[in-house]
Design a protein. Structure first.
Length: 324
């Protein structure tokens, strides 16, 4: 048994050690040194202990996380290509899901926490032009596109001076060192305001066979999200499963991991990888990022099955919770 205290229930009597922390990029060990994963059996929630230093993490996300041709994004420096990402099927699936539960005509101000390039908010605004867009995103790779898309970027959460009708946060919560952000969300939401989120679905199937953990620090399950909603006084409108299966998730993790290691071990200058990457990859890996967003369909698949089949074997959890 471990004495690491659960971040949700603040207890340690049912906390157990899960595994050593696995790095996606070995060079990141400075930021995640000594990290181990623990699980609270009472909350069905896992987390890293000890947590990395917040100042180190801020540097990591501002300067390193989305570097060109670095996993997990394999981001391109071609801004024209990146600006088209808001048209991806994944964004369409988000729009369909949100609009089923929320009347977007009544939404005036949207805040995207950890927005990246702001694809989802921008897609919403393209349909509902009256909406104002706000975000918090410190990554230097994203600033130009966010500015062009007319986001107001609050890089310091303490300086947010607005109230919002809808908060978006996709694949950001798992990067936090604690759950205090839910208190902040409650503070900046208008009464009855909603939060749309998506996070990895971290059941036992997630941990069995995974290739890496970094840079995730919190590992959510449906049960733990219900406990968090109750703790921070949110009503649950819906929690659903989405994306591809755990086995495919592990497969894509391994491909990404092997790809990066192959490039690094080839002794090619990292700055020149973007010019020579095609010489080192089979066609299937060249399509890695596209496949990640647009999984090749079987004849029986519908266009959005990959994102919304909701079987429980899916590697993502998404939902909408509402401020009471």
């Amino acid at each position: 048994m471990s004495k690491a205290t659960c971040i949700i229930c603040n207890k340690d009597h049912k906390v157990k050690f899960i595994d050593e922390y696995k790095l996606e990029v070995e060079e990141d060990k400075f930021f995640f040194q000594d990290a181990k994963i623990y699980q609270c059996e009472e909350c069905n929630f896992s987390y890293v202990s000890p947590m990395p230093d917040n100042s180190d993490l801020n540097n990591f996300y501002e300067n390193i996380y989305r570097q060109i041709n670095r996993p997990p994004f394999w981001i391109t420096d071609n801004l024209a290509d990146r600006k088209k990402n808001y048209l991806d099927d994944k964004i369409l699936s988000y729009l369909l899901y949100i609009s089923t539960l929320i009347d977007l005509k009544k939404i005036k101000q949207v805040y995207d926490f950890g927005s990246g390039d702001g694809d989802l908010g921008y897609a919403i605004k393209k349909k509902f032009s009256h909406i104002q867009l706000f975000c918090s995103e410190n990554d230097k790779q994203c600033q130009k596109i966010l500015k062009e898309r007319e986001y107001t970027n609050f890089k310091d959460l303490d300086k947010i001076d607005k109230k919002f009708d809808l908060i978006l946060t996709t694949h950001s919560l798992e990067h936090m060192t604690d759950l205090k952000i839910f208190s902040k969300f409650s503070e900046i939401l208008n009464p009855g305001g909603s939060i749309f989120f998506e996070v990895p679905n971290c059941t036992s199937e997630y941990f069995n066979g995974r290739v890496f953990d970094s840079p995730h620090l919190l590992f959510f399950t449906e049960e733990s999200l219900k406990k968090i909603s109750m703790k921070y006084n949110f009503d649950i409108l819906n929690i659903s499963f989405s994306s591809y299966s755990f086995s495919k998730d592990h497969k894509y993790q391994k491909e990404s991991h092997d790809l990066y290691n192959k490039l690094i071990n080839s002794k090619i200058s990292f700055q020149n990888i973007k010019n020579k990457i095609k010489n080192f990859l089979p066609h299937s890996l060249l399509q890695l990022r596209r496949d990640y967003l647009n999984i090749k369909k079987n004849k029986s698949d519908t266009k959005l099955d990959w994102f919304a089949n909701n079987t429980g074997d899916n590697c993502y959890l998404r939902g909408i919770i509402r401020k009471k």
